[in-house]
Design a binder for this molecule. Structure first.
Ligand code: KG4
Ligand code: ZN
Length: 344
């Protein structure tokens, strides 16, 4: 598609909406440049120790209009300037996805513009490209979030394949469940990261999975932490409080080495020209430095998104939508949400 078929000579202007889980987000992208990325993170779930789907969809319903409004204002555009509306089709919570999808359908009808459906996992995997322009394919992206752990082989912007995934818990879940055992609030990943800074990562050793191929497993680690804490707490009821920083650092170190071992194994079989990380857990300071160290050791460029593009955000949805727009890949009004992972 050439620039003449867009409303503005500035190139395609796309409004994107992300509502797959507990963040209500809207972004405006103009000719591949992000002009706004508004994220409302729902805090209502903290009291429940996890995301409550019914509450999430109700909150999205309340927040979607002000969030979109702010995205439009910050990008300094009018609704009439928009060439297409993008939204997250899945995977995610059905009620949450439906809020974004129905909003996108209504606005697309009202403005008489096409819609672009975006796979949330594909958007995470490509989020490193929002800020880095000079990327040579193929690259591997390790997408690590609260719901997913994937090793994605990216051949070009819209051509990618999942080569490894978790067979049980996701990396973020491993962080959150370990944090819960340590008595930390949900989501515990950022707290473990913070406390780890004062701890010894080699103080305690936890079991690592032995899984063939490129898949991950974190359920064994969870059990290993649980039994260890139960045993030590019987001997000293203050064991957790007295060793909190060392426990956090050791757990974080184990999760990172599980992640990095598989990445290394995959890259030795499928050589790449770059390594990226994405998803909420890519905000982890230990993982970020492990990937940087690995990149220098292997002499491979490393792409790490800034924090606002690590966790769920609409900019990453807008970014994929830009490439789909250029290829005329639109969807119709009958589109439905997809709850489970679907092919990238
Ligand atoms: O991508 P995300 O915002 O939501 C989805 O799951 O899709 O990821 C949230 C996950 C949570 O499990 C949270 O604990 C984890 O990312 N997380 C972290 C850090 N920041 C967020 N885990 C470890 N260290 C962090 N700094
Ligand atoms: Zn996500």
């Amino acid at each position: 598609m050439d620039l003449m078929s867009t409303k503005s000579p500035r190139g395609p202007i796309i409004l994107a909406i992300e509502s797959s889980c507990d963040d209500t987000s809207a972004a405006v992208i103009i000719n591949r440049n992000i002009h706004s990325n508004i994220i409302y993170s729902q805090t209502i779930h903290e009291a429940f120790g996890g995301v409550v789907p019914e509450l999430a969809s109700r909150k999205h319903e309340q927040k979607i209009v002000p969030v979109v409004d702010q995205a439009i204002k910050q990008a300094e555009i009018q609704l009439e300037d928009i060439d297409a509306i993008a939204f997250t089709k899945g995977p995610g919570l059905v009620g949450s996805l439906l809020v974004g999808l129905c909003f996108a359908k209504s606005l697309a009808l009202a403005l008489n513009v096409p819609m672009i459906d975006v796979n949330h996992m594909q958007a995470h995997a490509l989020s490193c490209l929002i800020e880095y322009r000079d990327i040579h394919f193929p690259i591997i992206c390790m997408t690590v979030s609260g719901g997913h752990t994937q090793l994605v082989y990216i051949k070009s912007e819209l051509d990618m394949e999942v080569l490894g995934t978790t067979i049980d818990d996701a990396a973020g879940e491993a962080f959150d469940k370990a944090a819960k055992m340590l008595g930390l609030d949900y989501p515990g990943g950022p707290m473990i990261d913070e406390l780890s800074k004062d701890g010894d990562p080699l103080k305690f050793t936890f079991s690592k999975p032995r899984i063939d191929g490129f898949d991950y497993s974190f359920s064994g680690l969870k059990t290993s932490i649980l039994y260890f804490l139960q045993k030590q707490s019987l001997l000293n009821k203050n064991f957790i409080q007295e060793n909190l920083a060392d426990l956090c650092a050791s757990i974080q170190h184990t999760i990172i080495s599980i992640l990095m071992d598989k990445l290394d194994k995959l890259i030795k079989v499928h050589p790449v020209k770059g390594v990226a990380i994405a998803g909420g857990v890519s905000a982890n300071s230990g993982l970020r430095s492990a990937v940087i160290t690995y990149g220098s050791k292997m002499n491979i460029p490393v792409f790490i998104p800034s924090f606002q593009y690590c966790t769920d955000n609409a900019a990453m949805i807008a970014h994929i939508a830009h490439y789909k727009f250029l290829k005329n890949q639109f969807c119709d009004q009958n589109v439905e949400p997809v709850v489970k992972n679907y092919s990238l």
